[in-house]
Design a protein around this ligand. Structure first.
Ligand code: FES
Ligand code: FE
Length: 472
């Protein structure tokens, strides 16, 4: 793209060429330069708790079998048969010690190694023609996890996941480590929307500004305790490492009272106090900010909210994890999981699930409002006029680049990164700045990996786990 660097400079100034939300050429670049190198969330370890459990997930067009092998090691195999390329596993999820290709019947253990090849002797002259030893399904170039969240990178030289996430790990803990047992997931619900994938990621990262307008009706019917959506500006947005999010400002109280205010029973608060750091507790207890929605670059988001789930004023929190899986420049598959502390009381889990379904998920009230906007935006971005329009994403900045409201001081906000109160598009700009940095750098074409290569780097919480022997 000839004028690409001028275009990306505009993005870095917070002026977004409108066509980036529906442009085939940009999408091709994103495939290679964003999704070819970033760490992309695929599954949570609680989805595959036992040896043999697997889920099939994608990084763009690449399908992976994410499975726990017989030794308990989490692996991700490229879901394509070594013979003629058939998709080896066609189910969405299940438990299997082996995967047999439906086309000609080659079979693989759940650690990826090939074990069965029909008519091996007649067809290949046995080992003389095709050595089975050491042959395995192609591993994901990189696999790593944090708090059970499993990520894949298609870049064999990707920086470690912990470095990629950086200080956003501090905030990930609120969603994924409320007790020593971590979270369990339900889902995902999946559906497709005719909208560009970046819009949802930006919205969840920092768009507190749309709540009073887009979601007026949800607030007016009394689903929330806060009578006015405008209250959102009292919260802050924060950005750290690969992600950022929004918060709500809580009424006066100590850390216990503030977690209880959003509906956590005391026994859950007690467990959070065991596992969260002093600084993490201070953000809630001293600073008075409760974590709400967030996004991790490029396409993962979180929700934490606390609607009323029954008559009366009691609220109850829910957590949702979601992914904006690009299908094309103008279509996204949404994957939406319900997440809950594995040690939460059963009654809490049931009500929290109900709260999630009411708000988000394919029939959620927020979801419906949001998607209407995003589809409309994507449609309008396809035409020739959109190529002449720079969208203004400079909220919170004055003309000279200084900030309308200065960032919170470390005494006002004890989390890492930079935080601001008031309305601002700080996080949308951060997200698109990372996108611009990736889009600018060509990817060195990945070499054809030798079939049967067994040197996949596998890390769990930063610790390398043993790879398979070269020959089985
Ligand atoms: Fe899989 Fe032939 S394509 S066995
Ligand atoms: Fe919304």
């Amino acid at each position: 793209m000839a004028d690409q660097s001028a275009m990306l400079d505009q993005v870095r100034r917070g002026m977004i060429p409108a066509h980036v939300y529906n442009d085939q050429e940009i999408f091709e670049l994103e495939k290679e330069r964003v999704f070819g190198r970033a760490w992309v969330f695929v599954a949570h370890e609680s989805e595959i708790p036992r040896p043999g459990d697997y889920v099939v997930r994608r990084v763009l067009e690449d399908s992976f079998i994410v499975t726990r092998d017989e030794a308990g090691v989490v692996r991700a195999h490229f879901n394509m048969c070594l013979h003629r390329g058939m998709q080896v596993c066609r189910a969405e999820m299940g438990n299997a010690s082996h995967f047999r290709c439906p086309y000609h019947g080659w079979s693989y253990r759940n650690d990826g190694r090939i074990v069965g090849l029909p008519f091996h002797k007649d067809a290949y002259g046995g080992e003389a023609g095709f050595k089975r030893k050491g042959q395995r399904l192609l591993p994901a170039p990189n696999l790593d996890s944090y708090n059970g969240l499993i990520f894949i990178s298609l870049d064999p030289d990707a920086e470690p996941l912990a470095d990629f996430l950086g200080d956003f790990r501090f905030y990930l803990d609120y969603y994924t480590k409320q007790s020593p047992s971590g979270i369990e997931l339900r889902g995902p619900q999946r559906w497709r929307i005719k909208a560009n994938w970046k819009i949802g990621a930006e919205n969840f990262a920092g768009d507190m500004y749309h709540t009073p307008q887009t979601h007026t009706s949800v607030v007016e019917i009394g689903l929330f305790r806060e009578p006015k959506a405008e209250k959102r500006k009292d919260g802050c947005t924060y950005w750290a490492g690969a992600g950022g999010g929004t918060t709500y400002k809580l009424p006066e109280g100590d850390v216990d009272e503030r977690f209880r205010y959003v509906g956590y029973p005391q026994e859950m608060v007690d467990r959070m106090k065991q596992v969260l750091s002093d600084e993490q507790l201070r953000v809630v207890g001293d600073d008075g900010f409760m974590i709400s929605a967030a996004s991790v670059y490029p396409n993962m988001s979180f929700v934490h909210n606390w609607p009323k789930v029954a008559d009366g004023d009691d609220v109850l929190p829910f957590i949702s994890i979601r992914q904006w899986q690009p299908i094309s420049a103008d279509e996204t598959e949404v994957l939406s999981w319900f997440a809950v502390d594995a040690e939460a009381p059963e009654e809490f889990k049931a009500l929290s699930y109900k709260a999630y379904l009411m708000c988000f998920g394919s029939t959620g009230m927020f979801e419906q409002d949001d998607v209407e906007n995003w589809v409309s935006l994507t449609n309008t971005a396809a035409g020739s006029m959109a190529r002449r329009l720079l969208l203004n994403s400079r909220m919170g900045l004055l003309e000279d680049g200084s900030e309308v409201v200065p960032a919170l001081t470390p005494e006002q906000f004890h989390g890492p990164g930079v935080a601001h109160t008031g309305y601002g598009e700080y996080n949308q700009r951060e997200l698109l700045n990372r996108w611009a940095d990736h889009l600018e750098q060509p990817v060195t074409a990945p070499s054809v990996m030798e079939v049967g290569r067994a040197d996949q780097v596998v890390r769990v919480q930063g610790q390398e786990v043993p790879t398979l022997p070269a020959a089985a």
